[in-house]
Ligand binder design. Structure first.
Ligand SMILES: Cc1cc2nc3c(=O)[nH]c(=O)nc-3n(C[C@H](O)[C@H](O)[C@H](O)COP(=O)(O)OP(=O)(O)OC[C@H]3O[C@@H](n4cnc5c(N)ncnc54)[C@H](O)[C@@H]3O)c2cc1C
Length: 318
């Protein structure tokens, strides 16, 4: 079955955009192809005129830590720590899992990328593809939302940074048109002093099975490590688009970082969030129950990481 007529490997974002422009809507961006090729085979229509493979663009394949290239244990932490992590859209899940700095300073992202598919999928599938596919339950996406990430995009010829959540219009519907636009990279502030993050997922026990629910959390405690100063919670899928559970975040602010508070937050989330029944994944009732389970697992872990400054990702496949 022929899926495309021409295949291009541009070396710069501009070259990719020029190619898309030349094909006038008849070409499409491809990264790892783990979503796109599956969809193209399933749809089974005429071959697309051209695929524009962005995996050979060096700028899209790098992870940058600025201004301090060292891991947290080697840098002076404090209120002025403004370490920023920038990840190219073409970076694979495996590259993220292997990054010691991301493991320590954005632990939830390593935990989410580390459960995507199996090793073969993670070795080629990219973070950009996970976001551009715009499914409400993309695992990498869920953690980027909790990390309050921004995305650099080339949209209608304009290159700009936008909040990540602006990219999602509906299930599988992105602000970016992959026949015209390009996702370039992501950036977010690294976890610093008194901050921690965690991601967990519920799935059927088979090896590579459909996830039922994922949850990423980020917390900042006061300097004593006893009170929530801020929290960001991303539970997916809990709606048509990836997003934050802001009511639960607000509930946590200023509360003691105790098991009792976490129990109350879990109960509130179960009451206020409304996941839907999915024929292939789970019923709404089961997912509601699992929202509580996931918050009881992720929040204490993120709190512990914030209190100790030590973060070793859990449940990550290599
Ligand atoms: C067996 C299997 C298991 C999987 N398990 C999981 C899982 O557990 N969790 C999970 O979240 N996902 C899973 N996936 C889905 C998929 O692997 C991920 O979503 C992956 O991150 C997609 O990345 P990709 O590079 O392969 O994207 P591609 O398939 O190359 O592209 C996906 C979409 O994004 C567009 N696109 C890609 N890059 C860009 C860009 N830079 N700019 C603009 N548009 C772009 C493409 O045109 C296409 O529309 C699985 C897939 C398979 C086949």
């Amino acid at each position: 079955m022929k899926l495309w007529n021409h295949y291009h490997t541009p070396k710069t974002p501009d070259e990719a955009i020029t190619l898309l422009h030349q094909y006038a809507g008849q070409a499409r961006i491809i990264a790892g192809g783990t979503d796109l090729l599956v969809d193209m085979r399933a749809e089974g229509h005429e071959p697309i005129e051209a695929l524009i493979d962005i995996t050979r663009i060096p700028q899209l394949n790098t992870i940058e830590i600025s201004p301090h290239p060292q891991p947290l244990s080697q840098v002076a932490r404090g209120a002025n720590d403004t370490t920023l992590i920038t990840i190219g859209a073409g970076v694979t899940h495996t590259q993220i899992v292997k990054s010691a700095v991301i493991a320590e300073r954005a632990t939830c992202l390593v935990e989410s990328c580390g459960v995507v598919g199996g090793p073969q999928v993670r070795n080629v599938a990219t973070l950009g593809g996970n976001v551009a596919h715009a499914l409400p339950a993309g695992d990498g996406t869920t953690s980027l939302v909790a990390l309050d990430a921004e995305a650099e995009i080339i949209l209608k010829g304009q290159q700009k940074w936008v909040p990540l959540t602006d990219l999602f219009l509906g299930p599988g519907e992105s602000l970016l048109d992959p026949t015209h636009d390009l996702l370039v990279r992501f950036r977010f502030k690294a976890c610093g002093k008194d901050e921690g993050s965690a991601f967990k997922r519920i799935m059927r026990p088979q090896g590579v099975a459909l996830p039922i629910l994922g949850c990423a959390v980020w917390v900042r405690l006061d300097t004593a490590g006893t009170t929530f100063e801020a929290a960001r919670i991303s539970i997916a899928p809990a709606g048509p688009r990836p997003g934050r559970a802001q009511e639960i975040e607000q509930f946590l602010n200023g509360k003691p970082a105790t098991a009792e508070t976490i129990e109350q937050a879990a109960a509130l989330a179960q009451e206020r969030l409304h996941p839907r029944t999915s024929k292939y994944r789970a019923t709404a009732d089961y997912r509601k129950e699992m929202i509580g389970v996931l918050l009881r697992r992720t929040l204490p872990l993120a709190v512990k990481r914030a209190q100790t400054g030590e973060a070793v990702p859990e449940g990550v496949g290599m």
